[in-house]
Design a protein around this ligand. Structure first.
Ligand code: F6R
Length: 369
């Protein structure tokens, strides 16, 4: 049932192009616009929304953080993202014009369920993004957009995460489409890019051998740091989470712009630092800023592991290890940038002798608060 792989996680990482394609299937019509009939919240209700609040835990929370960039950019609706376990305890401000999005692979995470119940009590509409048909979270929501990742067995989420991202982009683009923002042309173009993205994920998977080799050389390290900016920041958080849960190593993700505000004190000789570099074509200011971060880190002797777009030559001189990903629109980059981090964590954990499908102390679905 592991399909020839040693671990379910390896199989599920390899299934990502299909999971992404399946999640898009039937949702982009031939004219290039989105049809999300499952979202049983009417276009007129969607036009009334004045705030989006995303609640989720763990990896699903990281998908939510990325969704915020997409939703605010394409819809101009303010979007908050909150850990489900914090949300209802702080008396959040919600009403009938708030759209709450609950993201959950299992559909059974108690914290997320309690958050959505709280939101519905305040009169807000709840849209679930979920991978498990008929589970509790979609049953208790007003609408559901299913991710079609297929069953995810390994405790660490991989293909479900990529499909959560796809679902979040679909919601953001759909809201933009329904509400008709000035980004109409860009939305059309991105829908087209999204429809081809599973091939790019596939291309990334084909180039992972050097990442595995690198991961094996780091098995005896104590710490790995991850830096990113814009949507690369949640990707850094996700890379760190994967490494913590699988390799039982100290791993932390930072927003690269925060480096000088504290984390740079952690940089010392030979510490591996993984940097997710934004596209030089998109927000080029951010790209240039992160290049100078990489220089600063390297000047302090850290080992820089740089994830950068093909053709981005500016980073090459400062990368001890350069991991190439295909060029994508800025907001979609997490779909390709996360994959090397999953492979990295999986291989490093294996090199440390850990069971990557069943990491210690963790359960696949957390049904207690
Ligand atoms: C990490 C991981 C967890 C889950 C979290 C939420 O790899 O799997 O952090 O993402 O427990 O689970 P769901 O999505 O089932 O609500």
């Amino acid at each position: 049932e592991k399909g020839g792989y040693d671990y379910f996680m390896l199989k599920e990482i390899a299934e990502q192009p299909k999971a992404v394609a399946d999640t898009l299937l039937g949702r982009i019509d031939p004219s290039g616009s989105l049809t999300l009939d499952e979202v049983r919240i009417s276009p007129s209700e969607l036009r009334e929304i004045d705030k989006v609040v995303i609640v989720a835990c763990g990896t699903a929370f990281h998908a939510g953080l990325i969704a915020k960039y997409a939703i605010e950019h394409w819809t101009r609706i303010p979007c908050e993202v909150e850990l489900a376990s914090e949300f209802r305890y702080r008396d959040p401000i919600l009403d009938g014009r708030s759209l709450v999005i609950a993201i959950s692979q299992s559909g059974e995470t108690m914290d997320t369920l309690m958050a959505l119940r709280h939101a519905r009590e305040q009169g807000s509409k709840v849209l679930a993004i979920c991978n498990t048909n008929g589970s509790t979270i979609p049953r208790e929501s007003d609408a559901v957009l299913y991710t079609h990742a297929g069953p995810e067995v390994a405790v660490a989420s991989t293909k479900a995460f990529l499909t959560q991202l796809v679902a979040c982009y679909l919601v953001a683009l759909y809201l933009g489409q329904v509400r008709g923002t000035k980004w109409g042309d860009e939305i059309q173009a991105v829908i087209k890019d999204l429809s081809r993205i599973s091939e790019e994920v596939d291309r990334v998977l084909e180039t992972m051998e050097p990442v595995r080799a690198l991961a094996r050389t780091l098995a005896l390290k104590n710490t790995v740091l991850f830096l990113g900016r814009h949507v690369g920041y949640p990707v850094a958080l996700e890379g760190a989470l994967k490494l913590k849960e699988l390799a039982y190593m100290h791993a932390e993700g930072f927003a690269a712009g925060e480096l000088k505000h504290g984390p740079i004190a952690l940089i010392e000789e030979d510490v591996p630092v993984v940097i997710v570099v934004p596209s030089p074509r998109g927000r080029s200011v951010l790209h240039d800023k992160i290049v100078s971060n990489i220089q600063e880190i390297r000047a302090r002797g850290a080992r820089t592991i740089v994830i950068a777009e093909e053709g981005d030559e500016a980073v090459a001189p400062y990368a001890d290890h350069l991991i190439r990903i295909p060029a994508t629109p800025t907001l979609l980059q997490p779909l390709v940038a996360t994959v090397p981090l999953q492979v990295f964590a999986c291989e490093l954990a294996t090199a440390r002798g850990n069971d990557v499908d069943q990491p210690r102390n963790l359960a696949k679905s957390v049904t207690v608060e």
